[in-house]
Design a protein around this ligand. Structure first.
Ligand code: SF4
Length: 414
């Protein structure tokens, strides 16, 4: 039966260091919230973290928390509590799982870090709708719950070319945040500090890109599943020295693996691209399934989302506005398809897997003919699987594995 051949994930030694810095990050955040030594800002995952960090906030990312709810498979049981107060099972399951966890007074942080009992109380919530509207609704609920102020950036979406008009508009919104954030933080905005943080964030981004690009080697030293774990510091610690140091360490380990021809998947035969969200509660199953069939998912649009190559400390606001608007999720289908073709060529991809995540239309790009168009243009086959990032009721494991199996068999025949 499909799914019986499995192969364990290969170890990445730097994981130990990553767990350590993630633990320090969460303990520092918890301390900041409890001691009131620093103000806490909640930030959407591709929100203006650099501004917040430069103004002295401890920055917390609810999406990372919700991904933890997914990985620990706590999410599915918690979503109905948010549904019961009016948040539909059809909307973002990060949002519903996170609100559900708060209502039930549980958090996966307590499992990983026993001294942490709850998520840090926000002094302000800051979002950017570049990814979706759901972050605004999600943060809005918590703003009301904690009686905390909320500020946000409203980004144009479905953008083809990121023109100066768009960039000016976002840069202006970022600048307008400064005054309310100064009042909340009690700190005066310091342009030099923003430039310092932004330089470090750019360095983190460049290193993270280099890490992901090591997958161009055949065999690839890492898989998409590894990257979903190792992207943690790029999300929550960008703009800090710890993230920079961590990615230098990880990069040197992966370069060593390339020199030693040590692939993440033994006997790599097929190279796939993953388009869309991971299924957090099935990372291990999917990873072992593909490794058992000598197939490596080498790259993804998802993990590439924390590459901000336009950050430029000589022009902070405009370059941040550009970088946070250049992202795949913000763009038109035409721009997305151009990008995917480049990825298919660069990583020498044999097949593209599209994850149609039931509760995230924003990160599901299969619904308007894209797989068919790209397959026709590139000759690279596509597979669409139905599932979800956090709500495991939206997927059938048997069906998914049968689809994966048939896709690989088709490539073996070709
Ligand atoms: S992009 Fe998707 S998963 Fe992320 S917050 Fe928005 S709706 Fe949720």
């Amino acid at each position: 039966m499909a799914g019986e051949i499995k192969s364990a994930r290969k170890e990445i030694k730097s994981t130990k260091e990553m767990k350590q810095i993630m633990a320090e990050y969460y303990y520092q955040l918890d301390h900041a919230a409890k001691s009131s030594e620093k103000k806490v800002a909640w930030c959407s995952s591709v929100g203006p973290a650099e501004i917040l960090r430069s103004m002295g906030f401890s920055v917390y990312f609810p999406e990372n928390h919700s991904a933890m709810l997914g990985v620990t498979r706590m999410a599915t049981d918690l979503i109905p509590y948010a549904n019961a107060i009016g948040y539909s099972p059809d909307i973002c399951s990060y949002l519903t799982a996170d609100i559900g966890a708060y209502l039930k007074k549980v958090t996966p942080l307590s499992r990983a870090y026993p001294e942490i009992k709850n998520v840090p109380k926000p002094d302000v919530l800051v979002f950017n709708t570049n990814q979706c509207r759901d972050v605004q609704d999600w943060f809005g609920w918590f703003a009301s719950e904690f009686d905390a102020p909320m500020v946000g950036i409203h980004t144009h979406r479905g953008i083809n070319d990121v023109t100066d008009t768009y960039v000016q508009s976002i840069a202006h919104q970022m600048e307008e945040m400064i005054e309310p954030l100064e009042k909340i933080s009690g700190n005066k905005f310091d342009m030099n500090e923003l430039k310092r943080v932004l330089s470090m964030s750019r360095e983190c981004s460049d290193l993270w890109k280099n890490v992901l690009d090591t997958a161009v080697a055949a065999p690839s030293p890492l898989t998409f599943f590894d990257s979903t774990i190792h992207m943690g510091p790029a999300v929550v610690l960008r703009g800090t020295q710890q993230a920079v140091d961590y990615y230098k360490l990880l990069l040197s380990e992966l370069e060593e693996k390339i020199r030693e021809q040590e692939g993440a998947v033994d006997g790599e035969q097929f190279r796939f691209f993953w388009e869309g969200m991971p299924v957090w509660g099935r990372l291990r199953d999917h990873s072992e399934f593909f490794a058992g069939r000598k197939a490596c998912i080498v790259a993804s649009t998802y993990c590439n989302s924390w590459i901000f190559s336009d950050f430029d400390a000589s022009d902070p606001f405009k370059s941040m506005a550009k970088a946070y608007t250049e992202l795949f999720i913000v763009r038109s289908d035409e721009a997305k398809e151009k990008y995917l073709k480049e990825m298919i060529d660069f990583f020498k991809i044999d097949g593209v897997i599209y994850h149609d995540a039931k509760t995230c239309p924003n990160n599901s790009n299969n619904r308007y003919g894209m797989p068919q168009r790209l397959e026709e243009e590139t000759g690279i086959p596509a597979l669409v699987i139905n599932g979800d990032l956090n709500d495991l009721r939206c997927l059938s494991d048997e069906q998914t594995k049968t689809n994966f199996e048939a896709f690989i068999e088709q490539l073996e025949v070709d």
